[in-house]
Design a protein around this ligand. Structure first.
Ligand code: SF4
Ligand code: FES
Length: 486
């Protein structure tokens, strides 16, 4: 690997590494707008300029790569980069002044305030002055359909959003029109972004507040939000996401990019808006177990379960591995652990959606002995009387009507049935007993995704008072399993 020097500090990086990435490896942050690791480089913003020894002018670090070592001196330094010279500081200040010429000073009402690269870099690298004496260019904000709003006054023409629709979603709604100071990002006439199932990503990509989400707009100031590392629950890829929360309420989901994994920069709108399912008023959620239609206690349910006899469990693969493990301990025999969940996704971006499976911890459950597609066998065991009690861990959203009907049959045929659910479904109603459990944002656990990667998620919300996690409920019920002969 060639040796390079960054501000006098020597390091080795592979040939072809972008200077911007090499600097980041060395802990030197290079300001940038148009560069994005998942998009093609265009070098339009000119914010990432660095000085390179031997080059007559400053170079854009997002398009300049590290060359091989010098032929006549393989041990020598291939490139000397300087990021802290007066020329670099001048260039950055000049770019900031240029980008702010027409930019409105509307940070107090801008959704991006607090996470705006224009604010950050202006503070860090700007000169603080503007020579703009003319009246600023003005546009009215426009709706790009029901999901996205564009405020062209704030746009700095980095074209990240345009490149996203061309290179990632392939939907080509956005383009750049006009020239010079009239340059504007717009949609091809008559097009909205509503048909784009991944449209919300342009909001994350926009480094300023030009593209905002109608769902989040004017909802919350970002500095009140705490970002908790979690995962998307809608696909077996279990994509890493942030849950942004404040005062025990989740306000948005957004991608949590992982180094070297380009697919993690983007999430579908379905995944993005999935947080709405977790915003119900905690006071409206049932927290007490029910036994034969009346409110009861965990201990009473445990005694009823124990009295029933041989226990089988049906774990839907959309819960964490710890929950799966604890639930599995309730089964009287290893062979009595069954898996459920048969949701599948439409593949829209094959490059990133490498699995159509919509059951995000199927692999984690399988590794813990749960057998999927074997509900027929369980039904036989229940009908023949070999299994007396069935414990379901269930979320109605992840079972088709066909599977739900099969689960209902089993619940009705079993002398005793118990459902652990976040909110009651038809299955829960049909069971002899029902226990409410915390949802996945209310606990920490991990899953094994479709690719075999372990993905952890952290507790983002406090569950309503009195509500336990699945693992905690299973621990209380566990003595029932040990008391029943195998
Ligand atoms: S709208 Fe945002 S992402 Fe698109 S070009 Fe303008 S600044 Fe860049
Ligand atoms: S980030 Fe390099 S020119 Fe924009």
């Amino acid at each position: 690997m060639p040796k390079i020097q960054i501000n006098g500090r020597e390091l080795e990086v592979p040939v072809g590494t972008l200077v911007l990435d090499a600097c980041r490896t060395a802990g030197v942050d290079i300001p940038h707008y148009c560069y994005h690791p998942a998009l093609s480089p265009v070098a339009t913003c000119r914010m990432c300029m660095v000085e390179i020894k031997g080059m007559p002018k400053l170079a854009t670090s997002c398009t300049t790569s590290v060359p091989p070592p010098p032929k006549d001196n393989p041990e020598g330094v291939a490139m000397e980069i300087f990021t802290n010279t007066p020329a670099v500081a001048d260039a950055r200040a000049g770019v900031m002044e240029f980008l702010l010429l027409n930019h409105p000073l509307d940070c107090p009402i801008c959704d991006q305030a607090g996470e705006c690269k224009l604010q950050d870099y202006s503070y860090e690298y700007g000169s603080g002055d503007s020579r703009m004496a003319e009246v600023k260019r003005r546009y009215r904000y426009e709706d790009l359909g029901a999901k996205i709003v564009i405020d062209k006054n704030r746009c700095i023409h980095c074209t990240r959003c345009v490149r996203f629709t061309q290179e990632i979603s392939g939907t080509w709604e956005l383009t750049v029109a006009q020239r010079g100071s009239r340059l504007e990002v717009t949609t091809y006439s008559g097009k909205s972004m509503d048909q784009n199932a991944w449209a919300g990503n342009v909001v994350d990509l926009c480094p300023v507040g030009a593209l905002t989400s109608k769902d989040f707009r004017f909802n919350k100031r970002v500095w009140y939000l705490k970002s908790i590392a979690t995962i998307s629950r809608l696909s077996a890829l279990a994509g890493p996401i942030w849950a942004d929360v404040d005062q025990n309420k989740v306000h948005r989901f957004r991608p949590r990019p992982q180094e070297g994994k380009l697919g993690t920069h983007f999430i579908s709108d379905e995944e993005r808006y999935a947080y709405h399912a977790f915003t119900a008023d905690p006071a409206s959620r049932p927290v007490k177990p029910r036994l034969r239609g009346v409110e009861s206690t965990l201990e009473a349910v445990r005694e009823a379960l124990q009295a029933a006899g041989r226990i089988a469990v049906v774990g839907q693969g959309v819960f964490g591995c710890d929950s799966a493990q604890r639930l599995g301990e309730l089964a009287t025999a290893e062979t009595l652990k069954f898996g459920s969940g048969d949701k599948f996704l439409q593949i829209l971006l094959p490059k990133f959606q490498t699995s159509a499976d919509g059951v995000f911890n199927r692999r984690g459950f399988s590794e813990r002995g749960y057998r999927f597609s074997k509900l027929d066998e369980l039904e036989q065991l229940v009908k023949s009387g070999e299994v007396k009690a069935v414990v379901f861990l269930h979320d109605a959203e992840f079972s088709s009507q066909k599977e739900t009907d099969r689960l209902l049959e089993i619940a009705k045929a079993a002398p005793f049935s118990l459902a652990l659910e976040v909110s009651p479904s038809a299955l829960g109603e049909a069971c002899t007993a029902w226990i409410p459990v915390a949802n996945y944002l209310e606990e920490s656990d991990f899953v094994v995704n479709h690719d075999g990667e372990l993905r952890r998620y952290q507790k983002a919300l406090e569950p309503p008072r009195g509500l336990k996690t699945i693992a905690a409920v299973a621990r209380v019920l566990a003595p029932a399993a040990t008391a029943v002969p195998a």
